[in-house]
Each structure stands twice: as C-alpha cells, then as structure tokens.
Design a binder for this molecule. Structure first.
Ligand code: GAL
Length: 995
C-alpha cells in the first residue's frame, strides 16, 4: 500500500503543526431553507427500500464496524485497524468525528496531523471499506462534553437548537466536514452515509430546526448519500417525518447494557427488548437499521475492568445477537465498538477512565481473538448470501418448543434461511431437535439431530442456488463459496461433535463420485432421486469431493477452531481459502504466479491453502513458504511465529517537585483575574460573587488552579466553598502555604465548610488561598445544556466565628492550560495537557532539562516517598529496538500502592498524555501505548506527574513496561508521530522546588 502520510508537524521551535483556520461564517438569513432536490436528472448511486440499501442498484448488507480515529492518535495504525476490520468481512467502517478534537477555539477547525480525516477516508478507501460518517456535532461517545467543542460551553444559545450563536458555532466545523465528505462521497470515495447529530430527541421546533439546519449544510455541500439518525430507545423518533427528519432511521441496541459487566460472565439475566417492531412501525420504506449494536461495554472508574466486559460480551454473545438481528430482517447494522481505543489526554468524560477498550472484538492494543473471529464467520456469509438481504419472515416448525426457528424467505427465489436459537436467550441448555424444511423433517439420517448448545445460534440455508449448484438444505452453517479453477467450493462451519447433513440437487441421471478426506472417518453419502445426501460429524476440517458431474464440487466443513482461523482472499486467479493463521490481511501482489499473502502470526502455525493451480508458489509477507500438496488438491506449509522481544526494566528515575502555586510567595501577577460579572452559563453565579467558572475564562481541560487573595480582619474562620470538577474529581486546598486537605468535588451546589487555622491567618494583612482542581472532563448532554456544567469554583465566601459572611472579600485569579483556547502544542492538540505547573512549563515534553542544575534529583528508585501534598514528577528514558516486521503491544504498568496512598497520576510518553491512574478507584493499572507514540526503535521519554493528597508522606509505587504479546506483522509499518519537544522560548525555564 502506498499511502502518502500527511502528518506535517514540526518538532522545531515554532511548535506549529500546519493547521487550517476557518473563520466563523454568518448565519443563514432564514433558519430553514428547504433541501435541494437531489434527484433531478440524475441517479443517486445509493438507494434503498424496505429490505436493504442498494449501491449501484445492487443489494448490500450495510455491515459496519465502529472505530474512532481520534482514539488512536497514530495515523499509520489506522490502516492496521481498517485492515483487520476488512479482513474479517465487514464492508463499512463507521466513525464518529469529534468537533472538540478539531476545534479548540471559535476560529479553528483543524484537519491536520493526528486530525487528518482526509487521510482516514483515503485509507478506508484503499483498504476497500465504505465509510458511514458520524460527525455530530454531538456524539456522546463517553468523551468530554460528548464531543461538543469545549469553547461552546460559553455560548448563551441552548445547545442543539436553532439559536443563532449555537448555529454559528457548529457551522464552520460541519461545513468543513461536509466538504470533505463530498470529496470522498461514493463513487469518488468511500462515504456512503452521514449521520445527523446523535441520539437526539426533542419535541421543540427549535430542536427540529437545528436538525434541518444541519441537513441544509450537507445539502449545500452536495451530499447526496443518505442521512440517518440513531434513536436511543425504541420510542417514536422525531426524525421519521417532518422538519429535521432524516432519510434513514435507526435505533441503537445494547442488548445487555453498558458499564455494568458482571464478574460472572454467563449472567445474561436481563437482555433488553430489541427495537425491531418500532422501527418497522415508525418509518416505512426504509431498511431495518441498528446504527449501534453493542459490541462490548464501556467501563467506569471503580469498575470491573474491560477484560470482564469482553468475557461478558464474548463470542457467543456476538453469535447470538447478530443472528437474532438477521432473524428480524435487519440488513443494516454497525458494531459499537469494533475497536475502542484510548481516551488519551483528557478525552474522557468524567465517569470513564483512560481505556476505551470496550471489550471490543479488536482490543485496545489492536489484538484480535474469538470475538472478531466469530464476527468473521457471519460477515463472510453475508458477503455471498445476497438473497438474505431481501426476505420476508415466517415461523418454522421445530420438534422441541424451547427452540425458535425464524425463517427468512426471499420472495424472488424462495431461498430460505432458518435462524435458530433458544426462545430464552439466556438458556444454557444443550438441546437436540429436528425441524421442517419444506415438507421434509430434517435431519433425515436416523439417530442424528440438530443441536443448539446454550447460547449457540445457527443459520441453516435451504433451497439456495450457489455457483453451479443447488443446495436443498444444510444443517451446518454456510461460511462462503467460490470457484477455484474449475471446481466449485462450498465452505461450512459447525461445532465439533455435532451431526451434519447436507442435501444437494444433482444433475438428472448423474452418478456423482463422493470422497471424504481430512478429519472425517465416518462420512456417508447416498444418492436418491437426483438428490445427494451427505452425513458427517463435524470435526477438524473435513473435505468432501464430489466429482463425476459437470461442475465438480468440493465441500469444506470446518469446526470452530478451524473456522476461526479461516480467511478468504480474492485473487486475480479467483478466491483462495487459507486455514490456520492468526490474521490474513490481504495480498501484497495482484499479478504473477505467486500467491503473495500478507498476514500476522502469533505463533508458529500450520497453514493449508486452497488456491488456483496458476499459483506456483505461495509467499507470506514476501517470503516463499515451502508447501506440500495434499491428496485432495490443497497445499500445506508452516508459518514462522514471531520473535519474542523484551523491554528494559525501569530502574532509575529523576524526581522533581512543583505546585509552587500553593505557596503564598508565588507570583501570580500574570494570571487571569476572575472579574466577570455575568455568565451565559445556565447556572448563574451566586449573588455577590464574580463568575468563577474556569470555562468562562477559556480554561477547559485538566487541572485548574485558583488563588484567592484577601486582606483579613482577623475573624475569618472558615471558607464556604463549592467546587465542581466532574465525577470523581477532587480538589486540594492550601491556606497561606499550609495544606488544609483534599476534598471530593461536588456535582451539585453543596458547599464544603473548610476551617482556616488561626495560626495560618495573617490578621490585618494579605492572605492567599490556593486551590488545585483535578478536572475530570465535561459532562455529556444528559439533558439540554448539561454539558455546560461548570468546572472549577462556583462560590467561595469567608465566614466569621459566628458563621456570618465576613466583610473581607476574596479576589480570585485562575490558571489553566498554557494559552487557554490558543493552545501552544497544536500537534498533540487541545486535550493533551491541563494547567499543572509542570504542564505549563513543558515538563511533560521530551528534551525538558530535568537536571541537578535545576534542582531535580537523579538516581531515584521506586517506591519513593516524595513528601508532602502537591505534585511530584518522575522521569526516565528507555530504548526499544523491536525487530522489523513485528508488532509487540506494550503497556505501562503501575503498581497498586497500599491503601493509605491516595495519589492520582498522569503519565506522558514522548510528551503524549496516555493515561491517568487513580489507585484508590481503579480498575486500570495497565495502559497500552501505541507504536508511533511509543518509539519502538529508539529512545522514549516517560514523565509522570503525581498529585499527592496525603499531608506528609506520599509514596509513589513502581512503574514498569510490559510486552503483552508478540506478532509477526504483515501490515504497513508506522512512523513516529511528529510533535514538538521542549522549547524554552515557549515554556520558559523552571526548576524543581524543595518539597
Ligand atoms: C450510545 C451513544 C454512543 C455511546 C454508547 C455507549 O447511546 O450513541 O455515543 O455513548 O451509547 O457506549
């Protein structure tokens, strides 16, 4: 693949990435302009009807995998994830784009570097996936402010209405995205659908006007592919008809919930009711569409961990719910998430921690396993079984009533798909039964049964034409088919040990010859009345050759282990079927007599290939493999496993201490004075107080410092203060340099009463209160304008000994990230750093001189007691040199300290903020860092900022690196993502303080 990577950041003094600046555009004169006709004299390549989407008039399943490029800030790796999605048979990648990620002030919509969404669309196109684009403006997605630009928290206009200031805010962003989507719209590019906003419900005209205004921007940009909306629940959607309605309508479906994965992964006690009937009821003439089918679950601070979610929503979950959806006639769905990625920087919303692994089929370190393999089985089938995209429902007849047979029958061809599952989705029973196909009781072979073991679900195909053959029925699931040279192949998959029966129509008067090879030693074949019946017990890989007929047929029956390691390639000499490797990505050449496979291995493995005889040799990642022919026409060989690699032990650290803001001597002359007297925030400031909200002063991300100055009368006894940093936020407070403690920030306006020690009070003199707020991100839109919930201080008053308000007033100053909305590091973007002193002074960046000359201490080992409450930084450097052609997911691991340690730490690899650990909440202690951020062949700089909450002794526990696994890698290699190093001209000079 030749991809022109467009990461154009400079690691030089200017700190600038090339960014494109968009001026705010004026509002439409009239709010609502009717949509331009999209159809005059022209045929839209994307159409639809009750059954399915059609592309160029061909029925297709819209079979999507959700992936958010903003959660993987290493653009070269986007190809890796896209290839894994494509290789497992999805045909659509569905992506949210994040307004706030691209826009850090009202003059900027940046699509460069890690935000280069044009590159993303190009990659998807080259990999061969369609794109379903979901640019918001609202996306929810467990991200800060649900994806709204953080500066829009300052607007007066209500979010998601036609308020002029709100419209002017989103318009430059949506216009730019719409222009990009137009450039890459099918057939010029991969974009086949655009979602308008996200899970928005309103009955207000202003809300409907908002949707219509968004649609108008797309129409004006020439977008003709369908627009759609995803309803959050199965009630009536406001977008089925009338103002703001979309072309297609979908309902999101999370069958077993989110964020509450039980430790007992077999507990499926309360599957939610699916929305099928309502979709059918509320909009006619559109296919059944689930834009988000839960592909896992997100987890929250203090939760069980993403691996538990992956076990809970395991391969059987995938198997059951995908098939159930098909049973209801669904032809459009996307799996949320298929690759979740990382809430790096301050991307997360307050409840969520750094990992957005989601228990998804592709894990946060881009590793795949049984969940993706299970998806692949069905995805492959849907790529060939086009007849399933146009069906009507019937109910089948099963001998055991605990089993349900939903038949989907194609009205044109009469082909049938019997979709079997236990009526009770939670059932773990192993049930044997027979059922009616036409008027035949199946299976016909005496003493055999069809089986459904627990949450298994099957699709039995019947009366189906494939290639040159007619399948009367099969009791084993069809996987795919294709013709290699002159032989037709039908591939099936089943569970090991289960009976299988296939009946095929044979040419009249023929005497087919049937031979069994492979793992079967008990296969049976019989012909009667031009019908060939085959019986077998599924095990390993069974090869059944049927010859002596005009079109010879080979049937491959794979058990689950073999099917999971099965890959289909479409070559210039027809399809090729590969059994036996961790991942087959595709071909490295589409000409010549070598079958050039690109793929990954996780161990030394045997492969077996069924391919055209035109291929004289088989190569794997460019190296020819020694293959031996089998008696039934395939060839077998061995793939090398990966070389295992190691990572250095992190043993020596440099330590420095900051938080000078806590000291009364600190010079805050250049800080912003909180002097606004009014706010647009829906919650006005309390009487007699200036506006203290950090957002109103352009500080939206991470830690915020406040310093309050007052001249004391001598009777100031308490501070009555309300601080809000989002769920799980804390704030630390000092009075005239004396630590008063750390408190949980409040989500409602309930003040803390904090005692001011009289020994620290300077009567008739100047006093300073310092407050450090650990901002956990902005809220999502639970209700209207909820994302505007303030961060920082709300109210802060001094109380006297008689608990009355003191006559002394406090003048507050505040400080957040360097530059506020005019961020200085536009490569790493707006979420990377907040307002810690070290972040403002560039301590997180490679090249920052943490030397003994600046008072930093070298040669420290962990655990290490850094002393009093405040912020200590730990630095170390390490080298990696991983062999070429390997992928070795690395995690940074934090030891859990003892329960007395209440610190919170954020770490930066090569300047990138890649995780936050809160030991007393957990559950995350291991943090994946993707290659490109991690330098896998060179130096790495690790900086960790630790906010200690204990009064005196804060002991930071050990940190190490760990390699999760090693893979030989057939994907495109990656480059280090360019971003600036420390520059004194930007960050100034600074020294570590005495703790
Ligand atoms: C959906 C929403 C997504 C995401 C998901 C839960 O309702 O549309 O953005 O938040 O829930 O992960």
């Amino acid at each position: 693949m030749t991809l022109l990577t467009k990461v154009i950041c400079f690691s030089i003094a200017s700190l600038a990435c090339l960014s494109s600046i968009t001026q705010a555009v004026p509002l439409l004169d009239s709010h609502i302009v009717s949509l331009k006709s999209r159809t005059a004299n022209w045929t839209n390549p994307i159409t639809w009807d009750d059954y399915s989407l059609k592309i160029d008039n061909e029925r297709v399943f819209f079979w999507g995998a959700e992936f958010h490029p903003f959660r993987l800030p290493s653009p070269d790796l986007w190809v890796d994830v896209l290839e894994k999605i494509k290789a497992s048979g999805f045909n659509v990648v569905q992506s949210y784009f994040h307004w706030g990620f691209h826009s850090w002030n009202n003059q900027t919509v940046d699509l460069t570097g890690i935000r280069d969404m044009e590159l993303f669309l190009q990659m998807a196109h080259e990999v061969g996936l369609y794109v379903s684009a979901r640019p918001g403006p609202y996306i929810n997605a467990e991200t800060t402010a649900g994806g709204f630009a953080l500066w829009s928290k300052k607007l007066k206009g209500t979010s998601r209405t036609s308020a002029p200031d709100w419209t002017a805010a989103w318009k430059p962003y949506i216009t730019k995205m719409a222009t990009l989507f137009n450039k890459y719209q099918y057939p010029k590019g991969p974009v086949i659908a655009v979602q308008i906003d996200n899970e928005y419900w309103t009955d207000k005209t202003a809300g409907k006007e908002y949707m219509a205004l968004l649609e108008q921007v797309y129409a004006d940009a020439g977008i003709y592919v369908p627009t759609f909306h995803n309803a959050p629940s199965n009630g009536q959607s406001p977008w089925s008809a009338g103002l703001g309605s979309t072309d297609l309508l979908g309902y999101d479906f999370y069958p077993i919930g989110w964020g509450d994965c039980p430790l007992n992964s077999s507990d499926w006690s309360q599957p939610y009711k699916p929305p099928y009937t309502e979709i059918v009821k509320y909009k006619q003439g559109v296919p059944l569409f689930i834009p988000e089918l839960g592909g896992g679950a997100f987890d929250v601070w203090g939760g069980v961990g993403e691996d538990v979610c992956r076990r809970h929503t395991n391969n059987l979950y995938e198997r059951l719910y995908d098939r159930w959806n098909l049973a209801m006639g669904l032809t459009m769905q996307s799996i949320y998430m298929t690759f979740g990625g990382t809430n790096w920087g301050n991307l997360r919303f307050p409840s969520d921690y750094t990992s957005y692994d989601y228990g998804a089929p592709i894990d946060e370190s881009r590793q795949i396993g049984s969940k993706l393999y299970e998806k692949k089985l069905l995805n492959y089938f849907l790529l060939v079984a086009k007849e399933l995209a146009e069906t009507h429902p019937f109910v089948g007849n099963v001998s055991d009533k605990s089993v349900r047979d939903d038949i989907r029958r194609n009205p044109q061809t009469g082909s049938e798909f019997h979709i079997l599952r236990h009526e009770d989705k939670t059932s773990l029973a192993d049930t044997g039964f027979s059922l009616l196909i036409g008027n035949i009781t199946v299976p016909q072979e005496s003493g055999t049964q069809i089986r459904l073991n627990g949450r298994d679900s099957k699709i039995l195909s019947a009366n189906l034409d494939f290639l040159n053959h007619h399948l009367i029925y099969a009791t084993t699931d069809v996987l795919t088919w294709g013709t290699i040279d002159q032989t037709d192949f039908l591939v099936l998959h089943g569970l090991s040990g289960e009976d299988g029966e296939i009946v095929l129509e044979m040419p009249h008067g023929s005497s087919p010859k049937v031979q069994f090879f492979g793992s079967s030693n008990n296969g049976k074949a019989s012909v009667s009345d031009s019908k060939l019946r085959l019986n077998y017990v599924v095990k390993g890989l069974i090869i059944i050759q049927i010859t002596n007929i005009d079109n010879p047929l080979t049937i491959l029956v794979a058990d689950l282990d073999n099917a999971y390691q099965f890959w289909r390639l479409d070559t210039h000499n027809g399809p090729a079927f590969v059994f036996g490797s961790y991942l087959v990505r595709g071909l490295s050449s589409t000409s010549g007599s070598t079958l050039s496979i690109r793929g990954d291995t996780n161990t030394t493995s045997n492969i077996e290939v069924f391919a055209s005889k035109q291929f004289k040799t088989i190569a794997w990642n460019g190296n020819n493999i020694k293959m031996s022919p089998t008696s039934y026409g395939s060839s077998k060989g061995k793939l090398q496993g990966p070389k295992s690699v190691s990572v250095p032990k992190l043993s020596s650290w440099t330590v420095g201490y900051e938080a000078p803001e806590r000291l009364s001597s600190f010079d805050d002359d250049d800080w912003t004075i909180a002097d606004h007297t009014t706010t647009n925030n829906p919650i006005p400031q309390p009487d007699g107080q200036p506006v203290l909200y950090a957002d109103d002063y352009d500080f939206h991300v991470g830690h915020i410092w406040y310093r309050g100055h007052f001249n004391a009368t001598g009777d100031e006894k308490q501070l009555n203060v309300t601080v809000q940093g989002g769920d799980h936020s804390v704030y630390s407070i000092w009075f005239n340099s004396q630590y008063l403690g750390t408190f949980n920030s409040k989500t409602s306006a309930t003040p803390d009463l904090i005692k001011l020690p009289s020994t620290a009070l300077i009567s008739n003199g100047s006093n300073v209160i310092s407050i450090l707020v650990d901002g956990m991100g902005s809220d999502e839109e639970g209700g209207t304008d909820q994302f505007k919930a303030y961060r920082g201080l709300y109210d802060a008053r001094l109380l006297t000994s008689s608990s009355k308000q003191s006559t002394s007033t406090i003048t507050w100053k505040l400080q957040g990230n360097l530059g506020g909305e005019n961020i200085v590091d536009t490569c790493r973007g707006t979420f990377n750093v907040g307002g810690k002193y070290g972040e403002r002074k560039g301590w997180h960046l490679p090249g920052f001189p943490a030397t003994s000359k600046n008072n930093f201490t070298n040669g420290v080992t962990l655990p290490h007691n850094f002393g009093p409450a405040g912020i200590a930084w730990y630095f170390t450097d390490f080298k990696l040199d991983f062999p070429k052609g390997t992928d070795n997911p690395v995690v940074v691991t934090f030891d859990k300290p003892d329960d007395k340690q209440l610190y919170r730490a954020e770490f930066y690899i090569n300047g990138w903020n890649f995780g936050k650990v809160i030991p007393n909440l957990g559950p995350q202690f291991e943090f994946p860092v993707p290659p490109g951020i991690l330098n896998t062949n060179g130096n790495n700089h690790l900086a960790i900022a630790v906010h200690g909450l204990n009064d005196k002794d804060n002991t930071f526990a050990p940190v190490q690196l760990k390699v999760l696994n090693s893979y030989s890698f057939g994907g495109s290699s990656w480059k280090q993502v360019k971003a600036p190093s420390f520059d004194e001209k930007v960050y100034g000079s600074s020294s570590s303080l005495a703790a």
